[in-house]
Ligand binder design. Structure first.
Ligand code: PEP
Ligand code: MN
Length: 271
């Protein structure tokens, strides 16, 4: 029924807390997902994973199936990429997050802890329905030009299938602005938390598309009630095969963590 939609806070007043392995996101639990845009090779993902863990990241991200604007751009390592990410999990002990693009690839994600639905697939309803039949937490990114209401309804597609483990991700929307890759919609974080009980994380990397805004946007996200951040980090960003301008070096990520940790504590949440 419309009035009883599962994502609504009115039907579930408490914050939802979603378990990912031995961690929790939502309520007073804050998570920091970090790692490269794409998994490129063994050395790159292992080095980056070890570095972000050392600085306090709580989950590792890495794309193996990449949605690229050009068909000639690097498309990801596919199954081999997932295999390397699973190895990175064994090395670091941290849960892993990766994007699924095709309904037929879902079985490849058996050992992935959080399945990401990227911005370009936010309204791939068949994919959402199928993910609703899995037991995995789903990181649902807002589409490039989708409204908050549409994002909420995409979560509902997953929940309607029986999977309540949906985490929203505000990653910036397309506007007339050209100084940033997208425009981070801070109002969306506030509204999503108000309307829904589901956790909300912020992706300052894809929102800004540039390194210098990642820390201030993250501080803003924490203050407005976000439950986590997803940040792109690469062991050697200038050589990255995708999103090279926005990926932090391990050293920059370490400094970033030093700045955001006190803010998370200040707001009364813990990593
Ligand atoms: C990503 O996280 O690598 C990605 C492609 O993000 P988005 O879907 O938000 O563009
Ligand atoms: Mn990226």
């Amino acid at each position: 029924m419309e009035s009883e939609k599962k994502h609504l806070r009115s039907v579930h007043p408490e914050d939802s807390v979603i378990k990912v392995e031995n961690r929790e996101i939502g309520g007073l639990n804050f998570q920091i997902i970090a790692g490269p845009c794409s998994i490129e090779n063994e050395e790159q993902i292992f080095e980056t994973a070890k570095a972000v863990k050392a600085s306090g990241a709580t989950m590792i991200r890495g794309g193996a199936f990449k949605p690229r604007t050009s068909p000639y751009a690097f498309q990801g390592l596919h199954e081999e990429g997932i295999r390397l990410l699973v190895e990175a999990k064994k090395i670091t002990g941290l849960p892993i997050v990766s994007e699924v693009m095709d309904i037929n690839h879902i079985p490849v994600f058996e050992n992935v802890d959080v399945i990401q639905v990227g911005a370009r697939n936010m309204q791939n309803f068949e994919l959402l329905k199928e993910l609703g039949h899995t037991k995995k937490p789903i990181l649902l990114k807002r589409g490039l030009a989708n409204t908050i209401e549409e994002l909420l309804m995409s979560a509902e597609y997953i929940m309607a299938g029986g999977n309540d483990k949906v985490i929203f991700c505000e990653r910036g929307i397309r506007t007339f602005e050209t100084m940033t890759r997208n425009t981070l919609d801070i109002s969306a974080v506030i509204l999503l938390k108000k309307i829904s009980h589901l956790p909300v994380i912020v992706d300052p990397s894809h929102a800004a598309g540039r390194k210098d805004l990642i820390e201030p946007l993250s501080l803003a996200a924490i203050v407005t009630g976000a439950d986590g951040l997803i940040v792109e980090v690469h062991n050697c960003p200038e050589k990255a095969l995708s999103d090279k301008d926005q990926q932090l070096t391990p050293k920059e990520f370490e400094e970033f963590m030093g700045k955001i940790n006190p803010q998370i504590e200040f707001i009364g949440k813990s990593i």
